[in-house]
Design a protein around this ligand. Sequence first.
Ligand SMILES: *[C@@H]1O[C@H](CO)[C@@H](O)[C@H](O)[C@H]1NC(C)=O
Ligand SMILES: *[C@@H]1O[C@H](CO)[C@@H](O)[C@H](O)[C@H]1NC(C)=O
Ligand SMILES: *[C@@H]1O[C@H](CO)[C@@H](O)[C@H](O)[C@H]1NC(C)=O
Ligand SMILES: *[C@@H]1O[C@H](CO)[C@@H](O)[C@H](O)[C@H]1NC(C)=O
Ligand SMILES: *[C@@H]1O[C@H](CO)[C@@H](O)[C@H](O)[C@H]1NC(C)=O
Ligand SMILES: *[C@@H]1O[C@H](CO)[C@@H](O)[C@H](O)[C@H]1NC(C)=O
Ligand SMILES: *[C@@H]1O[C@H](CO)[C@@H](O)[C@H](O)[C@H]1NC(C)=O
Ligand SMILES: *[C@@H]1O[C@H](CO)[C@@H](O)[C@H](O)[C@H]1NC(C)=O
Ligand SMILES: *[C@@H]1O[C@H](CO)[C@@H](O)[C@H](O)[C@H]1NC(C)=O
Ligand SMILES: *[C@@H]1O[C@H](CO)[C@@H](O)[C@H](O)[C@H]1NC(C)=O
Length: 647
Amino acid sequence: MHWVINMSPISLINGFLLILSLRTGLHTIGVADAVTLSSTGSSVSFDSISYFISPYSSGTLSLEGLDLSTCVSVRGLYPVTLLSDAKAESNFSVVMETFRAVDDVFQAGFMQIIYAPNASVFEDDDIASYGVKTTRTLDESAAVPQGPYFMSASTGDVYMAYRLYSDFGGSFTEAVFATPEGSFTALSAAIEGSASLTIGVPSRLYYTASAEQPLAGVRVGIKDIYDIAGVKTGNGNRAFYNLYPPAAANSVVVQKLVDAGAIIVGKQKTSQFANGQMATADWVDYHSPFNARGDGYQDPSSSSSGAGSSMGTYPWLDIAVGSDTGGSIRGPSQLQGLFGNRPTHDAVELTGVMPLSPILDTAGFLTRDPKLWATAQEVLYGPLPAYDAYPSRILTYDFPTNASSAASGLALDFLAKLQSFLSANVSFMNLTSQWTSSGPANTTSSLTSLLNVTYAIIVSKQQTRLVRDPFYADYAAVHDGRRPFIDPSPLVRWTYADSQPDSALDEALYNKTLFMDWFNSNVLVPDPVTCSNAFMIYFTGTGMSNARNQYPRPPTVPFGFSSGRISVFAEVPDSVFPIGQAPYFSNITQHEEYLPVAVDILAAKGCDAIIAKLANDLVAAGILNVTQAGQTIYGGDVLHKREVDEQ
Ligand SMILES: *[C@@H]1O[C@H](CO)[C@@H](O)[C@H](O)[C@H]1NC(C)=O
Ligand SMILES: *[C@@H]1O[C@H](CO)[C@@H](O)[C@H](O)[C@H]1NC(C)=O
Ligand SMILES: *[C@@H]1O[C@H](CO)[C@@H](O)[C@H](O)[C@H]1NC(C)=O
Ligand SMILES: *[C@@H]1O[C@H](CO)[C@@H](O)[C@H](O)[C@H]1NC(C)=O
Ligand SMILES: *[C@@H]1O[C@H](CO)[C@@H](O)[C@H](O)[C@H]1NC(C)=O
Ligand SMILES: *[C@@H]1O[C@H](CO)[C@@H](O)[C@H](O)[C@H]1NC(C)=O
Ligand SMILES: *[C@@H]1O[C@H](CO)[C@@H](O)[C@H](O)[C@H]1NC(C)=O
Ligand SMILES: *[C@@H]1O[C@H](CO)[C@@H](O)[C@H](O)[C@H]1NC(C)=O
Ligand SMILES: *[C@@H]1O[C@H](CO)[C@@H](O)[C@H](O)[C@H]1NC(C)=O
Ligand SMILES: *[C@@H]1O[C@H](CO)[C@@H](O)[C@H](O)[C@H]1NC(C)=O
């Protein structure tokens, strides 16, 4: 057997981890076949912080006259800082303190070598006090963004620095980073951690938000039902992940985010095929992600479980993309103290996304910061029309009437402030009696009988046809007619679909449309001045414990009609606002802990932007807070992460 070594231009970066992949010509023994060898990057420990060094050069710097004799390096790579934007009046210490404040990747060690357009503008004293060993002129032609890099002393190539973090909350399925070709590849790094992936985030200093790229440098996690070019899509099923090749192209949602400058850092866990699953018994193929709030052993909700878990746990992650068919963004947002939106149906094309039901599926965000939330929504759904005035009516539904619990008290307090902020009238909405009095004349059925089985029929009938049947066929073809393993929750729904006639789907669509048309012309109605005639509000994240160390009933078919189904059928936007947190006694910690409390706000179809704007205006008015990652919505160590004090 003969091998020919074919090295690509990036193959020989000194000291990088080299992957040797050998392809041998089995049929033509003795005839050479191509062997490829390429770097997948490397990782280093630098002043106790772990970094991944990209295998792709960002540009080449001049090494002429550079004195590296006192600088630290590893395998010919030197930490350097590029001050590409430094002006004549730049104050070195101000620039460095700003870098440290805004970026978790930058650290003092990178200051040993400074490249700046004109390094002589800096005061020697300033430079010396920061441990700078050498400075060098940065040629404008280098066109490399500012920030920390690792530089090759043999070629002058600079490589991006990624800080490495442990996914100790089990939120991710795969860590990725972008290739220069616009595709993505697995991150080849691992740091200390117990059954945890390692995620890499690039320096924030490389990116500057602009009108064209409003999400430049924003770190995003993607639910593993969205295609990412070069990465396999798993849908929460191990057999599915392995059966199919990596996606050839980005889903439309991912492409829009990438075009807006977002940084995709990894794929995140979904309950299987985006069907609801309770922690942890329902999660057979993968372990349910952890909810950092309270005692740390609460159900994170599903199906955008990794998205909610990651946003509640990691301060280094900015936003996560989930999907909501029947509550899959709203549930995790409510339980983890996040802003989360189920958008207007059809707000964005779902090409390249696994369907649960194209009739009901939506793509939205989970995040702690409503400002970023509004920007991201504009990128995905925009351009969205702006309105100067808010609706002056609030409709309450499933809302507390008294402060019988701390959470109810928070909800009533929020409602009073919202009412005052909007100078609005609040009315109690009885959907049932309104339907009876103003529903379609030819309908005699109650809302509950009209809509009790509608959701279950639509999702199960559509997913079996669109996902299960082709998957089973493809799997059987390469496994001698076998079936793949399916978690109990999707299985019980798919089995239900098989028990129902195909005509049930048409009937379900008819019922859904009947409700939608009535709701959108009688309850939340478009308005030319305020977009929506009213805001509707319901109470959701109730601050109640739903621990993951329970043995609940087996999964059931999702029958029933409740507040969370209104937006699903009516196609209107429905967003979660975290309004505070309530104490509970944890049987696990034997201690009082806090869990998030939330409300959901709805508006007429297409009025997504006024909900996001409302969230920002309420933060500005001190009525809502930006939330934090950690044990509580105001921050704090995740409990199981605390270490004993070193003596
Ligand atoms: C730079 O800023 C620091 C802190 O604000 C100040 O102490 C120092 O004098 C400034 N240096 C120059 C050269 O202006
Ligand atoms: C660099 O900065 C120094 C000090 O401000 C100035 O005297 C010099 O002219 C500058 N050189 C260039 C090439 O701009
Ligand atoms: C307070 O509200 C709860 C449910 O929200 C209800 O069960 C209870 O009867 C109410 N109490 C009073 C005094 O109205
Ligand atoms: C609010 O209610 C009051 C009293 O019922 C009524 O006079 C007023 O017109 C209402 N305002 C709005 C905006 O509906
Ligand atoms: C809504 O109205 C119906 C009568 O149409 C009544 O039976 C029901 O109790 C009302 N619901 C609430 C929450 O008041
Ligand atoms: C009920 O009325 C609507 C419009 O008024 C009509 O489109 C629909 O076919 C009717 N449904 C039945 C079951 O008669
Ligand atoms: C909803 O449908 C299921 C299945 O047919 C049935 O068991 C349940 O009783 C129904 N619930 C209501 C409120 O009609
Ligand atoms: C549709 O609504 C009727 C009542 O009008 C109900 O009996 C039937 O179960 C519903 N079917 C579906 C699939 O939603
Ligand atoms: C704690 O345990 C008690 C007794 O088993 C139970 O009644 C209660 O619901 C539990 N509370 C929580 C928050 O799990
Ligand atoms: C906002 O945060 C402050 C503490 O930082 C807290 O006192 C206040 O209650 C919070 N408000 C809300 C609505 O969460």
